[in-house]
Design a protein around this ligand. Structure first.
Ligand SMILES: C[S@@+](CC[C@H](N)C(=O)[O-])C[C@H]1O[C@@H](n2cnc3c(N)ncnc32)[C@H](O)[C@@H]1O
Ligand SMILES: [Zn+2]
Length: 199
């Protein structure tokens, strides 16, 4: 499988990887970064959705931990393999200072706000999973970002459900696939407006 192109040395100099108070390792700004700057590219091996499911089985984990980023066509960038870029170390926050932008087979991380040297780079993972979110699932995806508005989860916020019989039965059918499902981060699509303002 091909490796997505690596980020340039210039981009890498925006941040360093070190231990994070949120979880494991994180990426920290090495200098002032103005809002709108493209700080990183999420690079790794591009694999099919099926292969992603084989490599990572969320249901078998005691705490969720993957390096997958989902592309628009369902394929994923897996930053787990050796040789992948270090943007995989950027942690999640419910009050992010960065955002992920998808452009075809590539995913970039752009600064949403001005960043000071030493700030941890953070974007909102908004993971989507199938099936109901029970207590076990909540624990698996618990968020430790520490933001005032932390929603307590690295999952995407859920919309309130309407009491609809048809919808309820569809949701049940989907849970059958949960055991083999792997969660991937999804980027925002590049829009013309973004292309004009973020380069
Ligand atoms: C792509 S890795 C990010 C790098 C990770 N800190 C490491 O050292 O490998 C994604 C994983 O980091 C953890 N993570 C990231 N942000 C988190 C947060 N706000 N709260 C809890 N865990 C988080 C979760 O385990 C998630 O599956
Ligand atoms: Zn949070």
């Amino acid at each position: 499988m091909p490796l997505a192109s690596a980020s340039s040395p210039r981009r890498r100099s925006f941040y360093v990887i070190r231990k994070s108070a949120i979880q494991g390792k994180g990426a920290f700004a090495t200098r002032f970064i103005p809002a709108g700057t493209r700080v990183a590219e999420y690079t790794g091996e591009i694999i099919s959705a099926e292969e992603a499911g084989e490599r990572y089985d969320d249901a078998a984990m005691s705490r969720h931990h993957t390096f997958l980023f989902e592309l628009d066509d369902g394929r994923c960038i897996d930053a787990g393999p050796k040789g992948s870029g270090d943007a995989k170390f950027i942690n999640h926050s419910c009050e992010p200072n960065c955002e992920a932008i998808g452009e075809d087979d590539r995913v970039f991380i752009d600064a949403l706000t001005d960043l000071e040297a030493g700030d941890e780079l953070l974007y909102d993972y908004r993971y989507v999973i199938e099936g109901p979110i029970d207590a076990e699932t909540k624990a698996l995806y618990a968020c430790r970002c520490g933001a005032k508005t932390c929603r307590g989860s690295i999952l995407a916020p859920t919309k309130p459900k309407k009491p609809n019989k048809k919808k309820a039965s569809r949701a049940k059918a989907k849970t059958k696939t949960k055991a083999k499902a792997s969660t991937k981060t999804k980027a925002k699509k590049k829009t013309k407006e973004k292309a004009a303002t973020r380069r």
